[in-house]
Design a protein around this ligand. Structure first.
Ligand code: BYC
Ligand code: FE
Ligand code: FE
Length: 480
């Protein structure tokens, strides 16, 4: 069978020849009911019976891989899809550089590889759990549909990692696959593994910030894992990245539409000072300084997901050929990094300073730098909208030392410009930088559902074009 075609005949759509792999097929079929229980318990609340206009992958050919149709979410065809094998692919970095890429797990790297797959897998259901109540306050059916699209695809990403666990990691893989259905975002006893995935996503501005910032960490990590010398992981991540592009789109256009609506409302009311917060809020839109605070929060929480700036784990994973740099294959150096250095931002005697560090140890920092650059491009596009409407305000990423819980800056307090603050100053000024209880209450007051086709809540502009080129009055979700 052509790898680009997906086999839809069995219970589990796939392009990995599951039909000929009885052991793994059975293992996945056994895991399936638990997955559906999880989806029904922890997936989008209140809309499981609704018909949602969703895309489903039918091929892994980048030119035409998805079809759109109305689907009830629990009936979505979650499947195992991987990108085509590249003939003669090699390990492209680390000590095994130049050897044939591995089709089986190298014994000596089993534990390291399993940990990477489990951590990646854990984030996917976590995000669904974090977003499960948002359907009820969707600002439009268009947005609701996009939320559910992201949710079902994060569900599929869990399937992607579970396939790797079941196929390549034997009994312990099976146990990890079960555990992925047991942990719960924010649960004090069985939390999800990484910090940001235990935070709340309480409102739609948070959702858009999350898909802008946190799904973008997903993109960076998947790009790094797509470089892996373990070929099945590489191929899996390559296809996940195709889906991830839409998540970026939802975040970027979501925030842009909020900003646009605010600026247009200000202009209409003749308010030019963005800091006239009460006046702006009276217009029923979110003032720009509060949008900035939400960005500060989600950016800083997401930076923690890159781990410690200086990390032996990261060095080991690179050295072993398991996790590369962002777009490793396009970089021009020796791809082994045994000798070079990389500048790492550190806290030295209470001051933020760059320090040259062995390049291998600094890989988390490097990926984070690439991430920050990618975020900045998006922020630049937000600012174009503000500028075009003519409001004197610029969105800006906070300093990387701001509001951190992992790494170099977790033991200090910094403001958004990276100035170190005393604990007392931090407490006093915290709500200058991060949403206050009053900010949260205000945003919550705006979160009134708008479920009529073609209509949008007053705090967000309509999108430029519909999904799948549908007209403006298209009913993206038929609510049951
Ligand atoms: N929270 O050596 P270090 C996505 C732990 S998002 C809690 O610096 P390393 C998605 C760390 O585990 C992408 N703990 O760690 C987005 C370690 O503990 P142990 C997810 C943390 O390994 C939106 C210790 O601190 N994928 O896909 O270099 C929606 C020492 O740390 C945290 C991946 O992350 C934290 N934030 O870096 C849906 C890829 N940070 O083992 C989906 C796989 C660190 O010593 N993961 N620790 O007990 C990795 O590559 C790395 O494990 C990490 C951490 C980058 C996460
Ligand atoms: Fe994902
Ligand atoms: Fe995503």
């Amino acid at each position: 069978m052509n790898i680009a075609q997906v086999d839809y005949d069995g219970l589990i759509p796939n392009n990995v020849a599951l039909g000929q792999d009885v052991r793994v097929k059975r293992a996945l079929e056994k895991w399936h009911p638990g997955y559906l229980d999880w989806w029904n318990d922890m997936g989008p609340e209140g809309f499981q019976e609704s018909l949602v206009y969703l895309r489903t992958a039918i091929s892994v050919d980048p030119k035409g891989w998805a079809k759109f149709d109305y689907v009830r979410m629990p009936e979505y065809r979650w499947g195992v899809l991987i990108a085509p094998q590249m003939e003669g692919r090699k390990v492209n970095f680390g000590m095994h550089k130049g050897e044939d890429a591995w089709q089986e797990v190298p014994g000596e790297y089993r534990a390291m590889l399993r940990r990477l797959v489990v951590i990646q897998g854990d984030t996917e259901p976590a995000s669904v759990e974090q977003q499960r109540f948002l359907g009820k306050t969707a600002p439009s059916l268009y947005d609701m549909r996009n939320l559910f699209q992201v949710n079902v695809e994060e569900g599929r990403h869990l399937w992607a990692m579970v396939y790797l666990l079941q196929k390549y990691f034997g009994t312990d893989g099976r146990e990890e696959a079960e555990a992925l259905l047991q942990r719960r975002s924010g649960d004090p006893d069985t939390p999800r593994m990484l910090g940001a995935f235990n935070e709340k996503t309480p409102d739609w501005l948070s959702f858009f910030m999350f898909t802008f910032f946190t799904d973008r960490d997903g993109k960076m990590q998947l790009e790094a894992l797509a470089q892996s010398g373990f070929d099945p992981l590489s191929r899996t991540c390559r296809f996940m990245l195709t889906e991830e592009a839409h998540h970026m789109f939802v975040g970027e256009t979501g925030v842009t539409r909020v900003i646009q609506r605010t600026c247009e409302a200000m202009k209409g009311a003749g308010i030019s000072d963005p800091y006239e917060i009460d006046k702006v809020r009276k217009l029923g839109v979110i003032d720009l300084p509060t949008i900035q605070k939400k960005a500060n929060l989600h950016f800083s929480l997401t930076l923690d997901l890159f781990g410690n700036e200086i990390s032996t784990n990261a060095a080991n994973a690179f050295h072993a050929g398991l996790k590369g740099r962002y777009r490793e294959d396009r970089l021009k150096d020796d791809h082994q990094l045994e000798s070079g250095t990389y500048p790492v931002l550190r806290l030295v005697d209470g001051k933020v300073k760059n320090e040259d560090t062995p390049a291998l140890s600094a890989l988390n920092m490097r990926l984070r730098d690439d991430y920050v650059a990618d975020c900045n491009n998006g922020v630049g596009r937000w600012n174009k909208v503000i500028e075009q409407i003519g409001i004197p305000f610029q969105m800006k990423l906070p300093h990387v030392a701001f509001h951190r819980h992992i790494g170099e800056f977790s033991r200090t307090n910094a403001d958004v410009d990276g100035n170190i603050l005393s604990p007392a100053e931090w407490t006093k000024r915290r709500t200058d930088f991060l949403p206050s209880a009053a900010d949260k209450d205000f945003i919550e007051s705006l979160m009134q559902p708008q479920f009529e086709p073609a209509k949008f809540a007053g705090w967000i502009a309509p999108p430029k074009v519909g999904i799948d080129n549908k007209p403006g009055d298209f009913e993206y979700v038929k609510i049951a």
